[in-house]
Design a protein around this ligand. Structure first.
Ligand SMILES: *Cc1c(COP(=O)(O)O)cnc(C)c1O
Length: 619
């Protein structure tokens, strides 16, 4: 087992000098601890007894660490200003006689990173992750066996990008000797090279296994932007994961929300009791409201109004609060469009209903003609983005353009698309958007919210209220002036939502949608393989939930199939269309394509069991 580590810490850190002042980057303080101290404490906890630090710039501050840590030895690269990290690593050539872990000094990473690489049986391992899109990343290309082909900061130097370098690498002593021999030949011309260049230089002769960990939380700190992201997203994320006490039994929820959540979100609810009227809690809600806005628009132009309630509360709040005597056109092509019609009926709004097939894209020409010929002047249009009934994704961008043309304000129920399908309020011409905490945000059920165009929202003051609790303007105005909800908020659910937001920021909405898409493709391939059909065409599909046509086998029974899956930890959902026999499989939430592979496998087993005439399939 490797118990020696080398930390490369000679660099000038010139791109973040304003923050670091006279100290090297590793001494940036994260709450109570500096980056280097956190790294040291992880290494020591993982049994590293020899920790070498390759120093250069401000070597004395690293040397001072040896007073508190007997494990540390500092090795100085006197030419640090003009040389790269390969030369710093070369300084150890007569010192190191064993395998070691090589780390960069400006990393913030979770303990798991070291555990994983330490536990690997392979002699030379490069820890890698999915792409973080943070700028300044080192891209990796591997061969089919996951061995290093090349890596570079320049994308054009790679044939293909397979992963991103983390900066934690295990090197065997044999490999280090080869690296030093290789480096020596390059000097002095190659003095400016980095250790990555050295590894690439010998990659043809050495099998560097690239261990790509999709789920790893980490970041590098090179500049001010990196630091802001580290402190707002990455480090809170790491702490939440590391503080989660014991893993909770996983349920694979394939129902369309509440979706599966991570343990760190579940545990975020376990907090000291607090009166929600305290300023501290107001700040939690303010964070939530601002960050929810930022996922879809600029907080200067848009704002988020929070309610305690399920998603329908937000839809009902908008429809009952923003329409006065004007006419709203409601597009109904599924159960959630129909729900908006029901709300309009209850509040006796002036509304027109535009019906469209539940499994086909809305005919935009027809819709435009309808708007042109409508008996009333249409002032609002209300549409569901992702129709959770079928999996149909309505083209709100195109509908938004129509609205712009006819000066109509668009209301979007984005309940099952928000935080998965990228949405831009301004570009899509959305005036009000309704969503909730428990679908793609991967939070707990109980918070519902409206994201609104502030300019329009301000105008609502003049409208006579139709209700109290769901009154959008009052809720907005009260929150704006007090940072409080008017009535008791779901305290613990909001703490979970805060964590869920951080996790959404960490993953990124585009990446989340890619993850979902991969699960969806796994499902679709499986269905096709099993000879099952699904309703909505690929081109109009949300890739979030799929309505599967029920098998024609006479032994088939949804409830029995549901119970079979439930006993295996999977929850599926019945269909919601009157005239078509379907069941539904969602791929939202904290699940991956691997869960979907498992689901497809079980579905195959189940269907085989039916064919054998075992109507009472043994679970
Ligand atoms: C889930 C969902 C809702 C809200 O349902 P609740 O049960 O009230 O949370 C509304 N619209 C759509 C499109 C949905 O998917």
């Amino acid at each position: 087992m490797v118990n020696t580590a080398v930390i490369l810490a000679a660099g000038l850190g010139s791109r973040i000098r304003e923050r670091t002042g006279k100290l090297p980057k590793g001494f940036l303080a994260m709450n109570e601890m500096t980056m280097i101290e956190r790294s040291l404490s992880i290494l020591i906890e993982e049994g590293f007894t020899n920790i070498y630090i390759g120093t250069g710039y401000k070597k004395e501050v690293y040397e001072k660490l040896t007073e508190n840590y007997s494990q540390i030895t500092c090795v100085y690269n006197p030419n640090y200003e003009s040389t790269g990290s390969l030369f710093t690593l070369f300084q150890f050539k007569d010192i190191i006689k064993e395998d070691f872990l090589l780390l960069e000094s400006d990393l913030i990473y979770e303990k798991a990173a070291v555990k994983i690489i330490k536990a690997s049986e392979r002699p030379d391992v490069i820890l890698a992750s999915r792409l973080t899109d943070t700028g300044d990343e080192v891209y990796i290309e591997t061969d089919k066996n996951h061995f290093l082909v090349t890596m570079s900061k320049k994308q054009e130097k790679l044939n293909r990008i397979d992963a991103e370098l983390v900066g934690i690498t295990k090197l065997s002593f044999q490999t280090y000797k080869k690296l030093c021999a290789y480096a020596e030949k390059l000097f002095p011309a190659g003095l400016g090279l980095d250790y990555e260049d050295g590894l690439v230089g010998i990659a043809e002769r050495i099998d560097f296994y690239v261990d790509k960990q999709d789920d790893l939380v980490w970041c590098e700190v090179d500049n001010e932007q990196h630091w802001t992201r580290a402190m707002s997203t990455v480090y809170p994320m790491i702490l939440a994961r590391e503080n989660a006490p014991v893993p909770i039994k996983r349920s694979i929820l394939l129902n369309p929300g509440p979706a599966a959540t991570t343990d760190s979100v579940k545990y975020a609810q376990v907090v000291p009791d607090i009166c929600p009227r305290e300023k501290e809690f107001g700040q939690v809600m303010e964070f939530i409201a601002t960050e929810l806005t930022k996922f879809v628009g600029n907080p200067k132009d848009y704002t988020t109004v929070l309610f305690g309630g399920s998603g329908t509360a937000a839809v009902e709040s908008v429809l009952s609060s923003v329409i006065d005597q004007e006419t709203v056109l409601i597009i109904n092509n599924g159960a959630y469009g129909k729900r908006m019609v029901q709300i309009a009926e209850v509040y006796r709004l002036h509304f027109l209903e535009y019906k469209s097939e539940p499994d086909e894209a809305i005919n935009l020409d027809d819709l435009e003609t309808y708007i042109q010929n409508a008996s009333d002047k249409i002032r609002f249009l209300s549409v569901v983005h992702s129709e959770t009934t079928t999996g149909l994704l309505n083209n709100i961008e195109a509908i938004g353009q129509l609205c712009k043309k006819y000066r109509i304000l668009m209301i979007v129920d984005a309940m099952s698309s928000y935080a998965a399908v990228p949405i831009r309020m301004k570009e899509m011409n959305i005036c009000y958007l309704a969503a909730s905490s428990n679908k793609n945000l991967q939070g707990m059920a109980g918070v519902s919210f409206v994201i609104a165009d502030i300019e329009q929202l301000e105008k609502l003051r003049a409208i006579k209220p139709r209700n109290l609790y769901l009154h959008l303007y009052d809720q907005y105005h009260h929150f704006k002036s007090t940072k409080q909800m008017r009535f008791t908020p779901p305290v613990q659910t909001l703490y979970a939502l805060k964590q869920a937001i951080i996790e959404t920021q960490w993953e990124g909405i585009q990446n989340r949608y890619s993850r979902y898409t991969r699960s969806w493709e796994t499902l679709i391939q499986g269905l096709t393989h099993l000879g099952l059909n699904y309703l909505v065409h690929k081109n109009n599909h949300s890739r979030l939930i799929t309505s599967v046509v029920e098998p024609s086998d006479p032994n088939y029974d949804f409830t029995k199939m549901h119970d079979f899956f439930y006993s295996k930890g999977f929850t599926i959902y019945p269909g919601k269309l009157d005239d078509k026999k379907t069941f539904r499989v969602a791929n939202m939430g904290a699940i991956t394509y691997k869960d979907m592979e498992q689901f497809v496998y079980l579905l195959e087993q189940y269907l085989k069991g039916l064919k054998g005439g075992e109507s009472n399939f043994k679970s």
